[in-house]
Design a protein around this ligand. Structure first.
Ligand code: CAA
Length: 393
């Protein structure tokens, strides 16, 4: 067992940290206050290869491994969790499923613009009446002579108003209820209409949109993987995506801990820095321990994925533990800062608001427990996404 990052992984981690400190940290609270998506940041991420960090070079990516990508998400989320989710959905939920399930033609057509950051990706699964019960989705794709005609609506789509490429799920067999009648499509921005931008508790530098599809005609080459196998694409995609959300939660918790520790060493009450008091020491000790445990779970899940091994339960465990830990520990960071923590003078109130969503999207904590329980009880029916030659070295 080797707990050391490789030289390449450390280099990508340092590069991302430098970029985050220079370009994101100074702006994050303004983006939050103004609810502003930082369009100007994406070319800078692209220039460093971060828009396709774990995509093979032949498809326009940086050719790094999956753990490197997880390190990137952690570092970006430490600076701004909205930027973290933007990149996570773009990569884990859009680029990687096309790479894993696409034909060679689809891979070479759709992946390079995403990996080079010329286009942003979005993942359109959720609808107003299908959230945790994803298989109950109602958007339809009817077979027509030369392709498919799609109708329906999608809700809470991260990157929805900025994306150029959508991985979208629709029911192709109206006679079949549940997972079996669902197929997956790759669509362009011109195929969807954005109807609403969500107002959220946090993650204000990311966009979350509602979409409609009205008699959208696409050719047969837009079907990703086999007809009727789309739900499996969604589930396998979320298996990896959940590791990315764990990394996002980890970055948020680390940021909160950094601020709380520094504050505790500087803030004097009763004639001493408050870090001298055992009440505060134990809070910091618990934070450091839980962050460590979360990091180990998250990196292990990433390692399993890049080995091409099953990571369904391990990814769910990483997301479950890390997101709940981030919610708990960002609250503790506010407690350490006291009144200051509740104000916008310090960023911990933003971390607290941002952490909450990691317990909800890409599967609630309750759904993660269901996935883990099925695995413990031998009821899990997952498959590892096929890995094209040269992907995730
Ligand atoms: N990998 C591959 N296939 C899988 C799988 C996996 N991990 N898990 C299940 N499947 C397959 C099954 O084998 C089964 O296939 P067959 O029909 O061929 O046998 C099919 O999928 C249906 O499986 P289940 O019977 O287990 O499905 P279910 O209806 O019981 O649902 C669930 C399972 C885990 C609850 C699922 O609905 C789920 O994950 N819900 C949460 C939805 C979610 O995470 N949404 C996130 C939205 S995206 C987002 O949040 C992005 C963002 O903005 C950050």
């Amino acid at each position: 067992m080797d707990f050391e990052l490789t030289a390449d992984q450390r280099e990508i981690q340092n590069l991302t940290r430098e970029l985050a400190e220079a370009e994101i940290v100074p702006n994050a609270s303004a983006w939050d206050r103004e609810h502003r998506f930082p369009d100007e940041l994406l070319p800078k991420l692209a220039e460093l290869g971060l828009m396709g960090v774990c995509v093979p070079e032949e498809y326009g990516g940086a050719g790094a491994d999956f753990l490197s990508y997880i390190l990137v998400l952690e570092e970006l989320s430490r600076a701004d969790a909205g930027v973290g989710v933007t990149l996570s959905v773009h990569t884990s939920a859009t680029t990687l499923p096309i790479l894993a399930f696409g034909t060679e033609e689809q891979r070479s057509r759709f992946v390079p613009p995403l990996a080079r950051g010329e286009q942003l990706g979005a993942f359109a699964l959720t609808e107003s009446s299908s959230g945790s019960d994803a298989a109950s989705l109602r958007t339809t794709a009817a077979a027509v002579d030369d392709g498919w005609k799609l109708n329906g609506s999608k809700q809470w789509i991260t990157n929805g108003s900025r994306a150029g490429t959508f991985v979208l799920f629709a029911r192709t067999d109206p006679r079949t209820e549940g997972a079996r009648g669902i197929s997956c499509f790759v669509l362009d921005a011109l195929h969807v209409r954005v109807t609403r931008e969500e107002e959220k508790l946090g993650l204000n530098s990311s966009t979350t949109s509602d979409l409609v599809l009205e008699d959208v005609h696409v050719e047969t080459d837009r079907l990703l993987h086999d007809e009727g196998r789309g739900f499996r694409v969604a589930m396998a995609t979320l298996d990896g995506g959940r590791i990315g959300i764990a990394a996002q939660a980890l970055g948020i918790a680390q940021a909160a801990y950094d601020v709380a520790r520094k504050y505790a060493q500087e803030r004097v009450q009763f004639g001493r820095p408050i870090a001298d008091f055992q009440a505060i020491q134990w809070k910091l000790a618990d934070m450091a321990t839980e962050i460590d445990a979360a990091r180990l779970l998250t990196y292990r899940a990433a390692w399993l994925k890049q080995q091409g091994r099953s990571h369904t339960a391990e990814g769910a465990k990483a997301k479950l533990f890390t997101s709940e830990m981030a919610r708990r520990q960002t609250a503790e960071a506010i407690q350490i800062l006291g009144g200051y923590g509740y104000t916008k003078e310090f960023p911990v109130e933003r971390y607290y608001r941002d952490a909450k969503i990691t317990e909800i999207y890409e599967g609630t904590s309750e759904i993660q427990r269901l996935v883990i329980a099925r695995s413990i009880l031998g009821q899990q029916s997952s498959e590892v996404a096929p890995t094209p030659q040269g992907t995730h070295p």
